[in-house]
Design a protein around this ligand. Sequence first.
Ligand code: ZN
Length: 349
Amino acid sequence: MTDAASRPVPPAPPVPVSRAQAGAVRRGELPGVEEVRHGVWSVAFEFGDGIDDHSLGYVVEGSDGALTVIDPGWDVDRNLERLEQALAGVGHTIADVELIAVTHLHADHLGGAEALRRASGARIALHPAEQRALAERTADAAAADDDIARWGAPDHDREALVASWGSGRRLPEVTADLLLADGDELPIAGRRLRAVHTPGHTAGHLCFVEPEQRLVFTGDHVLPRINPGIGLGGRTAGNPLTDYLSSLDRMVALDVAGPDALEVCPGHEYRFVGLRERAEALIGHRADRTRDAAAALDSLDRPTVWQVAERMSWSGGIASLHGYRLGSALAQTEWHVQALGRAGELRPA
Ligand SMILES: [Zn+2]
């Protein structure tokens, strides 16, 4: 799930480590299986619901031969076949998969976990906030309907907003076997692959880092070209925007300069080096948005969230956004206003 407003971040996108993946993105094709390191492979998974896109999952081999799959992709049959073929190509079978580690609850990452668990007997691991969001999705959806009523969007947009952003929104139904908190090591023999809690895109988003291999699996938290949306899973008492910025700061702190720089294995697009610069660019993008929101508040008297959003920069303009993407844009607008400490200037519901 990507941001409603993917206006280009001014600095150039990071240079891909995998030219094949970058080329596949350009051509709109699924890249082939790639060996990232000894015992680490990337596998592309197609989207469902007729959406022409793909995600990237990863297979990690332990010293005992057991496999972990990070983000098994959307729940479509062809993805399980695709994984089986990928594993056969490296001398494994589905039965070798013992752990399914999921960065976040979206259908393009968690969706296929249940089918893979059934096929392999593997355990599913998630952050507790992600499990909570799945359990509380009905209450969250009802609260989102209240947000939609408050935002002041045009009447003709309301129904689609409720269907896609509010109570009509669907999430995979999964119960995890293992909960991973910040700093927990994944149970993989011979590896030190650690979970890093990076809330923002969703409340329980995890990245996984293996410093010895100079690898970081970033899910949708940091992507090479796309600006991830925020607050797209799990309501919290906090502000997803400030959470996201703190999580980007963690990425800046995690990376090291020079030959030890981490290679980023993202959930979409292509592998790259330059985590620090990319995280800083994403922080800069959010600072631009916050300035947009401040300028809109300065020029309007008691605006609705919709009226503030109308004055912010969205690629294609706010009128081009509908349904889920519009919901995301309006929610983000409200969080930018809240982060400025100026929520009191909005028109009361
Ligand atoms: Zn995604």
